[in-house]
Design a protein around this ligand. Structure first.
Ligand code: ZN
Length: 218
């Protein structure tokens, strides 16, 4: 029986991955982490979506992540930057987050006899998060296999897709409304359209407009 574990947050990308996984694997399990993110509404949204998808869902505590460094996603005193004039990563970068998430996901996966791990990271809309790059995922996959003597396969279905293509994938999977109305991508924690102003909302909404336009014209 084919089984997959999805690293899930209730956002646009990981929700698209959750339903993608349901199409290709017989059993899908979702895992999320509480790492002191400002907006715990993310995890409530994730819980509701996982229920709708009919997958079992587990939340684990990783709040140490917000204690060892500061960033605008976990520190409510920090303003979310809207642009980075000197080309450094945005202050919403949580250093090491994807490595930790995938490592804990891998430990959980092995304990449950699952070797497929799915993550919604991608580098097409690369915004300076080094652990979203394909090179990092390939490297970590190898490291995890060596560290636990297990044949993990990390799947990254969104790696080369821009936001409008991710919307298109949601359309093709028949989950456009779920993504549009229920997922939380906004750095301020608002579901659906979000605040409309933060970098994450701008990227999401720009992709949506491009997707809807191409649908109309195509
Ligand atoms: Zn926003």
């Amino acid at each position: 029986m084919s089984q997959a574990l999805v690293v899930f947050s209730g956002g646009q990308d990981s929700t698209t991955c959750l339903f993608w996984a349901k199409k290709y694997f017989e059993t899908v399990v979702a895992i999320a982490f509480n790492y002191g993110q400002r907006h715990i509404s993310e995890l409530s949204a994730a819980k509701v979506i996982a229920e709708q998808a009919g997958v079992s869902f587990h939340i684990f505590n990783l709040d140490m992540l917000s204690a060892v460094s500061h960033n605008a996603l976990t520190d409510s005193q920090m303003e979310v930057e809207t642009d980075q004039p000197d080309h450094r990563p945005p202050n919403t970068l949580v250093e090491g987050r994807n490595m930790l998430f995938l490592t804990y996901a891998a430990i959980f996966a092995k304990a449950n006899g699952i070797n497929n791990i799915i993550t919604g990271v991608g580098q097409a809309d690369y915004s300076g998060y080094p652990d979203c790059r394909n090179e990092f995922i390939l490297s970590l996959n190898k490291t995890l296999n060596l560290s636990m003597d297990f044949e993990y396969i990390i799947h990254t279905p969104l790696m080369w897709l821009d936001k409008s293509q991710i919307w298109e994938m949601a359309g093709n999977l028949g989950i456009f409304e779920i993504i549009r109305d229920q997922t939380i991508t906004c750095y301020h924690g608002f579901a659906g359209e979000g605040c409309g102003k933060c970098p994450s909302c701008k990227l999401r909404n720009k992709g949506l407009v491009t997707y809807l336009n191409s649908k109309e014209n195509g």
